[in-house]
Design a protein around this ligand. Structure first.
Ligand code: HEC
Length: 160
């Protein structure tokens, strides 16, 4: 008595599965491509790049000049107006007031961790607006944070 019922269900399920299978052709549209600013730095580029900045290699910090340059571009675009050195930059002025003159200019700081920079950029702080992934992608934020925390090293390395 149970058998016919079971096989009836089996055939309904099979028919349903077949119907589903029939619609397989329509794939959802692919996700929007990453903007061209997203870093495409392959690890094979790193050794030569690191060698070019030997002081960085000497300190053990693998600072990739290609990524630094990309990060600098993002910084100039989104952050420099508020964080560059000098008067008229609200981020710099606010940090000088809250911290001290030596910690006012982001790119000369030696005490910032990338995680902290990313947290502030995503959430904002006081007058500073938050930046959403639609403005600064996660990949760009990685490169940007790397630039901000290492900019000081890069600057002093090239100055030396
Ligand atoms: C509209 C101006 C403005 C822009 C644009 C801006 N910031 Fe800020 N930022 C500020 C201000 C003002 C502060 C200080 C907030 C406070 O302490 O009250 C700040 C603080 C910070 C801090 C915290 C520093 C500390 O020691 O606590 C970080 C990190 C930071 N900004 C990174 C960035 C980065 C990276 C960008 C670019 C994506 C950026 N900011 C863009 C205004 C700005």
């Amino acid at each position: 008595m149970l058998r016919p019922v079971k096989s009836k269900w089996m055939s309904i399920i099979a028919a349903f599965a077949f119907t589903l299978g029939g619609c397989g052709g329509d794939e959802p549209p692919p996700a929007a491509p990453e903007p061209p600013m997203a870093p495409k730095v392959t690890t094979t580029m790193a050794p030569a790049a690191v060698e070019a900045v030997s002081p960085a290699a000497a300190t053990g910090a693998a600072i990739d000049p290609v990524a630094q340059e990309q990060g600098r571009g993002i910084y100039v675009h989104y952050c420099a107006d508020c964080h560059d050195a000098g008067e008229g930059h609200p981020g710099t002025m606010r940090l000088a007031a809250r911290l001290d003159a030596g910690n006012a200019v982001l790119t000369t700081r030696a005490d910032l961790a990338p995680e902290y920079v990313k947290l502030i950029v995503r959430n904002g702080l006081g007058m500073m607006p938050a930046f959403r992934p639609s403005e600064v992608t996660d990949a760009e934020l990685d490169v940007l944070a790397g630039y901000v925390v290492n900019a000081n090293d890069t600057a002093s390395n090239t100055a030396k």
